[in-house]
Design a protein around this ligand. Structure first.
Ligand SMILES: [Zn+2]
Length: 466
């Protein structure tokens, strides 16, 4: 099966150029100059996607999603089926989700549960990080085994005491293990112990509304935890990746470590670039739609996050997609903000939202591709299979219309959730064609995918080390 993407502008971190993209079966086989003999000869018998005036991008890689995550007595509402379909609509062709180790159980048990949930249900390819909630010598040995099987990154939590929380000693021990195997340790950096004190004091004062979710998780407690995570990783000699960084202070901690040559990396998410604590403070219970952790911050942090994306102190934009219905799920916290499930729907709109940053001059077109596709693929051992359009790479390709206008709304989005945090927001730019390993998933704005198509990706280790 041959496909030719013709007349489009191929964008990579190195630049943008008019180029014909030749695909055979699941792979890109060549890029050819428009009008060249090679392109003409390939045309025979090929399906041609006319891409004149459109951008041709490597499929975006979202390395932070939580499909069907158990949280606070309920489950994130997107299944692997609905979540990967929504991802594809938005131009994402790979997700790396989080398998969860339950306390007292082997890592393998958790991984098997998540593999079973995903298998046969994904429209696009998928991999897993492992959430470690119980660090001991046996688990450390098991971490090495999983690295050999393509699960090469482990997430530990400084937040959520009593649930996913690990002590500094446990985190440090896991980092030592990662230093030997080449695994990357991902850290949710918020000081959960101090936050729990603030939460119970707020509740005792009768402060139960959604906005108190934000006031009880002050940005300094993220900056402090980030600096601590980075220091622990430096002593252990392991690469560290700070998930969902939201504040100027945390960014400074990462930037300082990077200036010193440390393998410290961080991501941010669209919600921290486009939404703020003002949304969390919306009237009545409306703010519950915006409850996630770390919380949305004061608007003043946003310019610094964009700067971080330009300087590579923030290397990746991912979504932390973790949707809950407003009705019945978010409502669990109607009388008590601490019972509102933490998380937002986001997987569908990362590429479009960050494209608004390109339009506004915050990042270049090339940098947009880099933070959404190329760097996540390199950071998590998927490059050059994913994250680039080059001979031999998987034909995961998005043909993107940079001038299409559309309005984000729960009535038209594809995520399985009854609200949008961007309801009514008009954006410019939209995926028109999406291919996963050469197979069409979105065909000129129509879903033609198949939930049996996506495959598990055994990942290599971090290829982004300094
Ligand atoms: Zn998360």
């Amino acid at each position: 099966m041959r496909t030719l993407i013709s007349g489009g502008t191929v964008v990579s971190p190195a630049g943008a150029a008019l180029s014909e993209v030749l695909i055979e079966d699941e792979r890109v086989v060549a890029l050819a100059a428009p009008g060249s003999e090679m392109a003409a000869s390939f045309c025979a018998g090929a399906n041609v996607i006319e891409a004149a005036g459109l951008l041709v991008l490597p499929g975006a890689v979202d390395v932070h999603t939580h499909m069907e995550l158990p949280f606070g007595g309920t489950y994130a509402s997107d299944t692997f089926e609905t979540g990967t379909r929504a991802a594809a609509w938005g131009g994402t062709t790979t997700i790396v989700d989080f398998a969860v180790q339950r306390k007292g159980e082997p890592l393998r048990t958790g991984l098997d549960v998540w593999l079973a949930k995903a298998e046969g249900n994904c429209a696009i390819d998928y991999g897993f990080h492992m959430i470690v909630s119980d660090v001991n010598e046996q688990i450390c040995k098991e971490m090495d085994v999983l690295v050999g099987e393509g699960v090469t990154s482990f997430k530990l939590f400084m937040a959520y005491p009593g649930v996913l929380y690990s002590t500094d000693g446990e985190i440090f021990r896991a980092m030592q293990q990662a230093a030997q195997s080449g695994a990357t340790i991902m850290v949710h950096a918020e000081n959960g112990i101090a936050i729990d004190v603030l939460v119970s004091q707020a509740l005792a004062r009768g402060e139960t509304a959604p906005r108190f979710h934000g006031t009880t998780r002050p940005d300094l407690l993220e900056a402090e935890a980030t600096a601590r995570a980075v220091a622990l990783a430096r002593v252990a000699g392991a690469p560290v990746y700070i998930v969902h960084l939201t504040t100027t202070g945390a960014l400074e901690a990462v930037a300082e470590a990077r200036r010193a040559g440390q393998n410290a990396f961080a991501e941010t998410c669209p919600q921290y670039l486009f939404l703020s604590s003002d949304d969390l403070a919306r009237d009545g219970f409306e703010g519950a739609k915006y409850v996630c952790s770390p919380p949305l911050r004061a608007r003043e942090h946003q310019a610094n996050l964009w700067r971080g994306l330009r300087t590579d102190d923030l290397s990746i934009v991912s979504t932390d997609h973790c949707p809950f219905f407003f009705k019945e799920q978010k409502e669990l916290g109607k009388e008590d903000f601490s019972k509102i499930p933490n998380g937002l729907p986001a997987v569908e709109h990362r590429v479009d939202l960050t494209y608004q940053g390109v339009r506004a001059g915050e990042i270049t077109l090339s940098r947009w591709v880099e933070v959404n596709a190329t760097t996540p693929a390199r950071m998590f051992g998927l490059y050059p299979k994913k994250g680039v359009i080059a001979p031999g790479s998987d034909a995961d390709i998005v043909v993107y219309d940079p001038n299409a206008r559309h309005t984000i709304s729960a009535s038209s989005h594809h995520m399985n959730v009854d609200y949008s945090t961007y309801e009514g927001r008009e954006v410019i730019g939209q995926a028109r064609w999406v291919l996963s390993r050469g197979r069409l998933v979105i065909q000129d704005g129509r879903y033609v995918g198949d939930k049996a198509h996506g495959r598990f990706l055994a990942r290599g280790t971090n290829q982004y080390l300094l």
